[in-house]
Design a binder for this molecule. Structure first.
Ligand code: THG
Length: 289
C-alpha cells in the first residue's frame, strides 16, 4: 500500500487508500474569492488566519496555499501567507503556485515535508519543479496535462501521469511522493468531463497505485446549487480512488459526503468519525435523528 507522508514542524499526515480521506482545504486562494483577494491586496491577513483555523476545525488535515494576486510579488506574498498560517495551525501545507521563484522561496521557509502543487507533463515544468521537489524532500502533485493541453481521453491522461512518475524516478523521487491529479473540469462546459476524470482515477490506481488528488469543486463551475453536485461527485471519486481532494470542508454537504464515503468503504470503524462529526455539527443537541 502506497503511503504519502506530509509533515509540518510537529504533525505528520499519512495519505493512503485504506485510511480516511485527507481533506486539503481549498479556501486560502484569492483566485475567484473576492474577499480574500481584497484582504490580501490591503495587506490584511486576518481572513487568511480565520480561513486556516475554520478549515482545520471542519476537518481539513492539509491546507492548500495559493497567493496568486494579480500584480503582487507572488514569492513575497506566498512567504507571508505561509508564516501567518503556520503561526495559527500545525497542519502540513500544499504549496499551490506555478511560479518557480515563489515555490523555491516557500520551500526554503517551510519546516517539514510539504506537498508541492504542482508539476505537469511539459518539459519546462518537469525540469524546473522536480529538482526542487528532490532538493527539499517534498511530495508533489502531478497534473495530467502537457504541452498539448488537457487530454480528452482517460488513456492519454494516464500517459501523462506515467511520464511524470518516470521523470521523478530518474531524479530519485520515490513513487509515494507523487500524488496524481487527473484534472477535474466543469461538467457544465463538457458533459463528459466528470466521467473522463473518474475513469482516469480508476486507471491510474490500477496501474500505479498512487495517491490521487483533484480540485473537486471544479466539476460544478457554472452550475446552480454547486454543493449538491460537489457532494455527489466527491463520494463517487473517493470510490474510484481519490484519496486527498482539494475542497471546502466548511460546506456540510461536501464534508458529510466524504465521511459517508469513508464509512461505506470500511474506513470508519464503529462509525466513530461520522458520529463525532455529527456531534460537532449539533453541539448541545444530544438527540439521535
Ligand atoms: N488541481 C490542483 N490544484 C488546484 C486545482 C486543481 N488548485 C486551485 C483549484 N484547482 C482548487 N481550489 C479551488 C478553490 C476555490 C474554488 C474551487 C477550487 C471555488 N471557489 C468558489 C467559486 O469560485 O465560486 C468561491 C468560494 C467562496 O467564495 O467561498 O469554487 O484542480 N492540483
Amino acid at each position: 500500500m502506497i503511503e504519502t507522508t506530509l509533515t509540518n514542524k510537529s504533525k505528520r499526515v499519512a495519505i493512503r487508500r485504506d485510511a480516511p480521506t485527507v481533506i486539503i482545504g481549498e479556501r486560502i486562494n484569492p483566485t475567484g474569492r473576492k474577499e480574500v483577494l481584497a484582504a490580501l491586496e490591503a495587506g490584511d491577513f486576518e481572513s487568511v488566519r480565520r480561513d486556516a483555523l475554520a478549515q482545520v476545525a471542519a476537518g481539513a488535515t492539509v491546507l492548500d496555499i495559493n497567493a496568486g494576486v494579480p500584480g503582487a510579488d507572488e514569492a513575497t506574498l506566498l512567504e507571508q501567507i505561509i508564516k501567518e498560517v503556520v503561526a495559527v495551525t500545525d497542519v502540513p501545507l500544499c504549496i499551490d503556485t506555478a511560479n518557480p521563484k515563489a515555490l523555491e522561496a516557500a520551500l526554503k521557509l517551510y519546516e517539514g515535508k510539504p506537498l508541492v502543487n504542482s508539476v505537469n507533463g511539459e518539459g519546462k515544468s518537469l525540469e524546473t519543479v522536480l529538482p526542487l521537489v528532490k532538493e527539499y524532500g517534498a511530495a508533489v502533485i502531478g497534473l495530467c496535462i502537457d504541452s498539448n493541453g488537457i487530454p480528452m481521453s482517460p488513456e492519454e491522461r494516464v500517459a501523462v501521469a506515467d511520464k511524470i512518475i518516470g521523470r521523478a524516478a530518474q531524479l530519485g523521487i520515490p513513487i509515494e511522493d507523487i500524488v496524481i491529479d487527473p484534472l477535474a473540469m466543469a461538467m457544465s462546459a463538457d458533459h463528459k468531463a466528470g466521467w473522463v476524470t473518474l475513469e482516469t482515477v480508476k486507471l491510474i490506481v490500477q496501474e500505479f497505485g498512487v495517491n490521487i488528488t483533484m480540485g473537486a469543486s471544479n466539476v460544478s463551475f457554472g452550475l446552480p446549487d454547486r454543493k449538491y453536485v460537489n457532494a455527489a461527485y466527491i463520494a463517487m471519486a473517493i470510490q474510484a480512488g481519490l484519496t486527498c481532494p482539494i475542497t471546502n470542508p466548511l460546506v456540510t454537504e461536501i464534508n458529510t459526503a466524504i465521511l459517508a464515503a469513508d464509512m461505506a468503504l470500511g474506513r470508519d470503524e464503529f462509525s466513530m468519525r461520522w458520529i463525532k462529526a455529527y456531534r460537532k455539527r449539533n453541539k448541545g443537541a444530544g438527540e439521535k435523528r
